[in-house]
Design a protein around this ligand. Structure first.
Ligand code: 6PG
Length: 247
């Protein structure tokens, strides 16, 4: 059974960030009420920065019991721990370091060293957290969309797109000339709540192709994100959405 998909268009990127932060709070409350913790995989890239800043602000920070929150990551670049390109670094600087989160609740992906080993280490950590499950059951996964239609580090025409068994893989991305560590599509699709944040005119063509184009996940990997039973919502601004109306 497939979950539900929703596309919400906002005037500005600020409104997208605010809507995402409000949903994060709502999903955290629901998860903590239901099973006393909230497991969330954070998105990388720049789009979620404002959402993370809002969550760390006085208006939002006090609304969640952060001791119940477990932070995971949808993907990570294969760079040294202190490299500015690390997704962990953005999340830590804008959000995690401002919160009373026990260090054991933060599950970064190792970026330096052997990518395949690091992917296995991260999968092992997920399997320890979701002990005994065939797939991880993250309460929420945040995702961005690349202008080429990628999400997490599921890039067009890469091997990770076909992975149906592993939860995490090291994915060689030719156009970047590097490996990326990423949750696989089946792992993401077991999440209870999936939220895409997409803003800016440079994403308009990819968004229209992913949402309205013919199925072509090799070219537009974000099309692989179809929750098994959870919900999927696209929070987009009107600049990213302007081609949707004309399709
Ligand atoms: C990453 C992200 C990636 C990102 C998109 C959009 O590691 O870069 O996981 O999937 O979400 O590339 O990036 P922007 O938000 O910077 O446009």
């Amino acid at each position: 059974m497939q979950g539900s998909t929703n596309v919400l268009v906002f005037e500005t990127a600020e409104q997208v960030a605010h809507a995402a932060a409000e949903r994060f709070v709502e999903h955290a409350h629901d998860a903590i009420s239901d099973h006393e913790l909230f497991s969330v995989a954070l998105a990388g890239g720049n789009t979620p920065r404002r959402m993370y800043e809002l969550l760390a602000s006085a208006d939002f920070r006090s609304r969640i019991d952060w001791s119940r929150v477990h932070f995971f990551f949808g993907d990570e670049r294969c760079v040294p721990a202190d490299h500015p390109d690390r997704n962990y670094r953005l999340a830590n600087e804008t959000l995690i370091s401002h919160l009373a989160v026990p260090p054991v609740n933060v599950h970064p992906i190792k970026g330096d060293g052997d990518p395949t080993t690091n992917a296995q280490l991260y999968e092992n950590e997920l399997r320890s957290f979701f002990l005994g499950l065939q797939w991880p059951r993250l309460d929420c996964v945040l995702l961005g969309l690349g202008a080429d239609g990628h999400t997490a580090s599921l890039f067009p025409h890469t091997r990770a797109l076909k992975e149906q068994k592993a939860w995490v893989v090291a994915n060689w991305v030719e156009k970047l000339g590097s490996f990326r560590i990423t949750l696989t599509a089946p792992a993401i699709n077991r999440a209870a709540r999936i939220i895409f944040l997409v803003t800016g005119e440079d994403k308009a063509a990819a968004l229209a192709a992913v949402l309205n184009g013919r199925p072509d996940p090799e070219r537009f990997p974000a099309q692989l994100i179809q929750p098994e039973s959870g919900s999927l919502v696209w929070l987009v601004d009107c600049r990213a959405a302007f081609q949707l109306a004309t399709q």
